[in-house]
Write a protein that binds this ligand. Structure first.
Ligand SMILES: Cc1cc2nc3c(=O)[nH]c(=O)nc-3n(C[C@H](O)[C@H](O)[C@H](O)COP(=O)(O)OP(=O)(O)OC[C@H]3O[C@@H](n4cnc5c(N)ncnc54)[C@H](O)[C@@H]3O)c2cc1C
Length: 348
């Protein structure tokens, strides 16, 4: 079998790259072994404001300009809804935070997103004596639905294999690669934290940022926006909410833990005062880079081997733009900016 590309890994990175190939009439085959699940458990939130300090997320406006139409077009293609817009309400901890909010609202960058007023709390089950700052034009991609539907779409075309890619079987020639009976011009590795097992790219400075999330049932809470305090509480419908997320830089397993659950519960009980029940808990590893930028590019020696990784905590916004940049680089030799080029780590 001859294809233009082999893609290893089908999280948000693999999906965005596969879709970019489809848009450009390139043939490909995907390998996915369910060894990582960051994209599947992700909150899926897109929001261009860092809610700790009210500062812009790096390159966010440009990323959103590409990401929103990308996902909306995919909704049409797959005939499924997974982009859900909602407002975000950030709980203010003090008068000082209210003032910082107004200062940030004055910046042109934020005018489309930050509402310059203090929203009073009128929900008796929420503890927010200083009120909220409200963000608009934000939302979430239901990544579980998106990935499931796209996998089905690829399975129908017979271009996805649900099995582990075995690195030892990859043969690299001067201008192509081959794997079992498949010949391809390029292979693009999109394994998230799974790249640690990839002998060609396991030296990239990826740090495991394990995150855990709870799903709760809280019948009296009644909020239809994402509430952000020391945790976020995201409405899922039917009085269910996703609560997250933890950051653990040591544990590399995908298993939910009691520590993660307790950390979230302690924070949650400071924000909401109503009864709730925990109905689910999940965990995943965010592929985070030490300089907090994605990693794109070719292997320093084998130019047919490429990587799309390091999407960190913001895969939803980053993946569509990064996939497009990598494609232009591989197909049209449009160079990557130093910020995201794997070459920035040469010699380190
Ligand atoms: C708790 C949590 C909450 C998050 N919340 C958000 C959020 O609200 N918004 C946001 O934008 N981002 C969020 N993220 C981050 C987001 O999930 C990541 O940025 C994104 O999922 C990374 O995608 P990826 O495709 O690079 O990696 P992954 O999702 O890890 O995908 C890699 C894929 O490669 C496969 N794979 C690996 N090795 C092999 C192999 N040898 N053969 C075959 N397949 C292989 C794995 O099975 C996996 O499916 C969150 C992450 C976590 C953990």
């Amino acid at each position: 079998m001859n294809v233009d590309y082999i893609i290893v890994g089908f999280g948000l990175a693999g999906l965005a790259f596969a879709e970019t190939l489809e848009q450009n009439n390139k043939s490909f085959i995907v390998f996915e072994d369910s060894s990582q699940n960051s994209s599947l458990v992700a909150g899926g939130v897109y929001n261009p404001v860092i809610l700790k300090r009210f500062t812009p997320v790096w390159d966010a406006i440009d990323q959103l300009k590409m990401a929103i139409p990308f996902y909306r077009d995919l909704e049409k293609k797959l005939n499924k809804k997974f982009d859900h817009t909602f407002n975000i309400q950030r709980v203010f901890a003090s008068i000082e935070e209210q003032n910082n909010w107004f200062t940030a609202c004055d910046k042109t960058f934020f005018t489309e997103y930050m509402v310059p007023e203090v929203i009073q709390n009128n929900n008796e089950h929420i503890n927010a004596p200083f009120g909220f700052g409200k963000l608009i034009n934000t939302g979430k991609i239901n990544t579980q639905v998106l990935l499931k539907e796209y996998k089905k779409y690829l399975a129908n075309k017979d271009v996805i294999q649900f099995e582990q890619f075995e690195y030892a079987l990859l043969k690299i020639d001067d201008h192509s690669v081959s794997y079992k009976d498949i010949n391809a011009k390029y292979i693009v590795f999109c394994e998230g934290f799974g790249v640690k097992k990839n002998p060609y790219f396991n030296n990239i400075p990826l740090r495991e940022a394990k995150g855990e999330l709870l799903t709760i049932h809280a019948p009296d809470l009644k909020i239809d926006y994402l509430l952000k305090s020391s945790v976020f509480i995201m409405p899922l419908g039917n009085d269910h909410y996703k609560v997250g997320a933890t950051f653990n830089w040591i544990d590399k397993t995908l298993l939910p833990t009691e520590e993660g659950k307790n950390e979230l519960l302690i924070k949650l009980e400071k924000v909401i005062t109503t009864d709730f029940e925990v109905v689910d808990q999940v965990a995943g590893i965010r592929p985070t880079v030490k300089d907090r930028r994605p990693i794109l590019g070719k292997h320093h020696h084998h130019k047919q081997l490429a990587i799309l990784n390091g999407l960190g905590t913001r895969g939803v916004m980053l993946a569509p733009k990064m996939a497009k940049l990598l494609f232009s680089y591989l197909e049209n030799e449009i160079s990557l900016s130093k910020d995201i080029d794997i070459g920035r780590f040469d010699g380190q």
